[in-house]
Design a protein around this ligand. Structure first.
Ligand SMILES: C[S@@+](CC[C@H](N)C(=O)[O-])C[C@H]1O[C@@H](n2cnc3c(N)ncnc32)[C@H](O)[C@@H]1O
Length: 279
């Protein structure tokens, strides 16, 4: 993956890839066709895009996130992977503590490729790959231990090709989900907040995702469920969250034996993860 992202789902594609297979396509998947059959693909909480990269959708995709710097990065990766690679490599060559804080302070870059390269450089060298901003929307994560980022130009170009059919937009999840039609696939991976702890972890943007958003998300997905859209949801295994999906018929769930690194319940224990699927 080019980006490190809090809550990134590479592990899901490695350990639980079968959840992306429908009963009908399972035979095909054994013959090398990895994904379920669907028309367009929609991922409204994109982050590092681990699921998109795994599925490599053949038709159109809508990839979106509320984070404008992240979206600028993906659009630049799609349109000019070579230049993005070049400028990022320049940053990496000059990397030091002073250089990191100098680049971090440059909040007002106008050129999109410069913005995207700054975003990627900071992402790879900041503390734990966290994206956190202050109330003015300025990135404020301290430097981390990582000093290397050696992704090759081929890796950038390959990613750019996968993005070729994707529309990459900065928008709220409601808008992207509304665009889903019958037989499309939506993969949803919201920030993990619960009714009792809305501050569990959301440091992805200046706007906080809260419990009301969790409730609205489940309601919109239920509408799309009735319209015949295929839906997969990642979330935390908390009773209020589970109630949002399992109170209506037709949803399956799979409790995962994986503790979420960032979400703690009222007793200070890590939440485990859960998947909901409507097929
Ligand atoms: C758990 S992360 C997604 C991780 C992703 N699945 C991956 O593999 O890296 C949640 C994402 O939701 C985004 N987000 C938060 N609030 C949002 C909103 N209202 N609409 C759309 N995206 C939002 C954050 O910027 C963050 O990238």
């Amino acid at each position: 993956m080019l980006l490190k992202w809090a809550g990134g789902k590479s592990w899901l594609t490695k350990n639980y890839s079968y959840i992306f297979h429908s009963k009908e396509s399972l035979k095909k998947s054994l013959e090398g066709n990895k994904s379920i059959q669907f028309n367009n693909y929609i991922e409204p909480f994109l982050g590092s895009g681990a699921i998109f990269k795994y599925l490599k959708p053949k038709n159109g995709s809508i990839l979106s996130d509320i984070n404008s710097e992240l979206i600028c990065f993906y659009n630049c990766l799609k349109l000019d992977p070579e230049k993005l690679h070049y400028i990022t490599a320049m940053h990496m060559q000059k990397h030091s503590k002073d250089y990191y804080y100098k680049i971090r302070a440059n909040h007002l870059l106008e050129d999109n490729i410069e913005r995207a390269a700054r975003f990627l450089y900071l992402n790879r060298t900041c503390y734990n790959g966290i994206y956190r901003v202050n109330s003015k929307g300025e990135f404020n994560v301290p430097i981390g231990d990582s000093k290397r980022f050696n992704a090759s130009i081929e890796e950038f170009k390959t990613y750019s090709e996968i993005l070729n059919n994707a529309s990459i937009v900065q928008q709220d999840f409601r808008e992207s989900i509304n665009e889903a039609r019958k037989d499309d696939l939506i993969y949803v991976d919201p920030p993990y907040v619960t009714k009792s702890n809305e501050r569990t972890f959301d440091m992805y943007s200046a706007n906080q995702f809260n419990w009301k958003d969790q409730e609205e998300l489940a309601k919109i997905l239920e509408i799309k469920n009735k319209e015949g859209v295929h839906i997969i949801v990642s979330n935390i295994n908390d009773k209020d969250v589970t109630n949002l999906y399992l109170k209506t018929n037709g949803w399956n769930h799979l409790a995962l034996n994986r503790a979420n690194v960032m979400s703690y319940n009222a007793d200070g224990k890590k939440y485990k993860e859960i998947l909901f699927r409507n097929f």
